[in-house]
Design a protein around this ligand. Structure first.
Ligand code: ZN
Length: 232
């Protein structure tokens, strides 16, 4: 009998899996079980070979595949595809998926650039720009927990209250900018921050009071607008 195309272990007739058996090559029970269970966890089968092929490449570590195992499974996918009347469609599926991924990456980049260029102001106009569209009131928020003991001390990660506030304010601003971007805007005016502190407590099992860490929320508000540079 042959050896496993992936791990090289000798395969007896008893443990060979007919599912992964073609052109004199095969996988041992162990390797095909690992592979099959991962396919199943991801709700995939061999019916969409293009997608399965991508899956093999992306998950080679989790599948514990070495180079010869990958090669075997990829050519097995080819073999299935050749014997599958819908094979051509699968190839298109794979191309479409790659195209979509590329498009997503481009959109991500575009968004990041737009966010970094977005102008925000606590005022209601920008020097040298005119507002051409008002898209409405938007907000972004974030929250943190502050331990009750020593709120002005540095915490476990070397962070104190001020650092934490800076961080949540920044994240609230990023959310605000994203909300403006989603509305097709390139600026936010009238920006200000609202803060909310919570002093949560609950009852313990024995009927006492448990004081939970303080919660500080910050909300950034503003009006999303489209601005245009004034040419003169
Ligand atoms: Zn094996």
């Amino acid at each position: 009998m042959a050896n496993c195309a992936n791990c090289g272990r000798r395969i007896t007739a008893f443990n060979s899996d007919p599912h992964f058996n073609f052109s004199d090559q095969t996988l041992c029970q162990n390797c095909s079980d690992t592979f099959n269970s991962l396919l199943m966890d991801n709700k995939m089968g061999w019916n969409s070979v293009g997608i399965t092929r991508r899956f093999i490449r992306q998950n080679k570590d989790r599948l514990r595949l070495n180079d010869s195992g990958i090669e075997f499974l990829l050519s097995y996918a080819d073999y299935i595809q050749k014997n599958n009347p819908d094979g051509a469609e699968d190839e298109e599926d794979e191309e479409k998926l790659e195209e979509e991924e590329l498009k997503r990456k481009e959109e991500d980049l575009e968004k990041r650039i737009a966010l970094s260029k977005m102008l925000i102001s606590s005022g209601f106009n920008f020097e040298g720009y005119r507002i051409v569209k008002y898209s409405g009131y938007i907000s972004g928020d974030d929250a943190i927990q502050i331990p009750r003991s020593g709120i002005f001390d540095r915490g476990r990660n070397g962070e104190n209250l001020t650092d934490a506030l800076v961080k949540i304010r920044r994240r609230a601003l990023i959310e605000l900018k994203e909300a403006a971007y989603d509305l097709g805007c390139n600026a936010v005016i009238g920006v200000d921050f609202d803060y909310l502190t919570l002093d949560p407590e609950t009852a313990s099992l024995t009927g006492g009071t448990v004081y939970e860490p303080y919660v500080i929320c910050v909300t950034a508000n503003g009006n999303a607008v489209v601005i245009e540079k004034i040419e003169d």
